[in-house]
Design a protein. Structure first.
Lengths: 325, 130
């Protein structure tokens, strides 16, 4: 793999002498993240490889994930729009025999939410993060859909239909989820102007440095076209507060998030609409936990980790009751 | 009637073996999975202890709410169908309280340290003591 990767990297970066320190960071059965360094005329360039070894056909069942080539295109478009993202260096080609994927810069910073929320190193930057997130989201939502690769359309009504179908396919009774589905169907907002939406903008997918704050927005694989308020609601979902009290990612207030968004050119925020997306987001995460269990149930991954996630959907039930009652 | 050890004793001994003997010898991903395994056996132990009473109470509430007899699965399916159809909702007397009690019982097994559960439990305790 190392020789093939070195050959691919040379296509995108001039003067690569060798690559070193290749190691797998994380990832599931089908998607992998690797860390390595390229030596370029005496200097060291820290890099990340994201790939699906079996190519696009290897995407997990029920996955809504975009092809990695599309994710690479979105990262480039985001960089042009002034969104902090890692620079894409090389997109893999079939002749590389490495599957599908791309190589990007490995930025210095922290993505583990609990450290961002609890380590002293981040104490000074934490109060600034919510406003910064708002500013970055405004820039993401300004990305023109016409200039991007074809993306699925999914506003609140469409997502409700999609998640209803997935939930029904499991055949398990969840009265709290039924209540949330019913409430959402009764409170669906007017359609929003079709906007580019990141889809997974939350604490855990933001690379944060102790001095400057958000340095990279990661995981663009469920980006779509829809309602911009979705991204503002999603980062407020209780699951992404990791036990901390503040509503935005555990680190900030809605007021700061909204103020940053509006100051950076985002549309006027409707807090009711954001609240609806927080409820829908909480329900979605509960159903995603059931989807993880389904991968276990069908024997695709029998690990205790995969199975046990099914027992986390009850966390979202108590959050939904807090939001609805 | 099965012989000793009890199910609880068996599961607890496996959990203790993983946590105290095996886990310290593991590294990286395997150590992480051992931690997840210990937590999973914690869920199993709490369910063994709490399920009989929690499920009996859930069943009694469902019978009262739906006005008919049946087992837990049947009654939960009927409750879901009636919420979905809009026949039962937050205005239905007893429904909110039933959902709260049932969800609390699930969290007490699945994730008793989950922050919003701990907070909700504390709020409920101060409500009842008033």
């Amino acid at each position: 793999m190392e020789a093939a990767l070195a050959a691919a990297v040379r296509r995108g970066i001039d003067g690569v002498v060798e690559i070193r320190g290749l190691r797998r960071l994380s990832g599931g059965a089908s998607q992998e993240t690797w860390s390595f360094d390229a030596t370029v005329s005496g200097a060291t360039l820290p890099l990340i490889l994201r790939r699906r070894p079996g190519g696009a056909a290897d995407a997990p069942p029920q996955s809504v994930a975009l092809p990695l080539e599309t994710e690479a295109e979105l990262l480039c478009a985001a960089a042009t729009a002034g969104v902090p993202v890692p620079r894409v260096r090389v997109v893999l080609e079939p002749s590389d025999a490495l599957g599908s994927g791309f190589v990007m810069d490995r930025l210095e910073g922290e993505t583990i939410a609990r450290r961002i929320l609890r380590d002293d190193a981040f104490a000074a930057v934490r109060p600034r993060l919510a406003r910064q997130c708002g500013e970055i989201l405004a820039r993401i939502h300004a990305m023109r859909v016409e200039g991007l690769p074809k993306l699925p359309f999914a506003d609140a009504a469409a997502q409700l239909v999609n998640y209803r179908a997935v939930f029904d396919s499991f055949g398990r009774p969840h009265p709290v989820f039924e209540l949330a589905f019913r409430w959402l169907a009764d409170h669906l907002p007017e359609p929003a102007p079709a906007t580019f939406v990141h889809g997974d903008f939350r604490n855990g997918n933001l690379l944060i440095a102790p001095d400057e704050g958000v340095r990279g927005v990661l995981d663009w694989e469920i980006a779509h076209v829809g309602d911009p308020m979705e991204d503002l609601g999603w980062i407020c979902v209780n699951s992404w507060r990791f036990g901390a009290a503040l509503p935005v990612g555990g680190f900030g207030t809605r007021e700061d998030l909204f103020a940053g968004y509006e100051a950076a050119g985002g549309c006027k925020v409707d807090p009711h609409r954001v609240h609806l997306w927080e409820i829908l987001g909480t329900l979605k995460w509960g159903i995603m936990c059931m989807m993880q269990y389904s991968v276990f149930e069908r024997g695709i991954d029998r690990s205790v980790e995969r199975g046990a996630i099914g027992r986390r959907s009850s966390e979202t039930e108590i959050d939904l009751l807090e939001l609805l009652l | 009637m099965y012989d000793r050890p009890t199910l609880t004793e068996l599961v607890a001994s496996v959990r203790d073996f993983i946590e105290r003997t095996a886990m310290p010898k593991l590294e990286g991903h395997a150590a992480f999975h051992a931690r997840v395994a210990v937590n999973a056996l914690g869920i199993a132990l709490r369910q063994l202890e709490q399920a009989p009473e929690a499920e009996a109470e859930e069943l009694a509430r469902l019978r009262a709410l739906l006005g008919r007899d049946g087992n837990l699965e049947e009654l939960n399916r009927e409750l879901c169908a009636r919420i979905r159809a809009g026949e039962l909702g937050l205005a239905t007397p007893g429904l909110a309280e039933h959902l709260r009690a049932t969800t609390f019982a699930k969290l007490a097994v699945d994730q008793p340290k989950y922050a919003s559960y701990v907070r909700a439990l504390a709020a409920r305790a101060s409500d009842t003591s008033r």
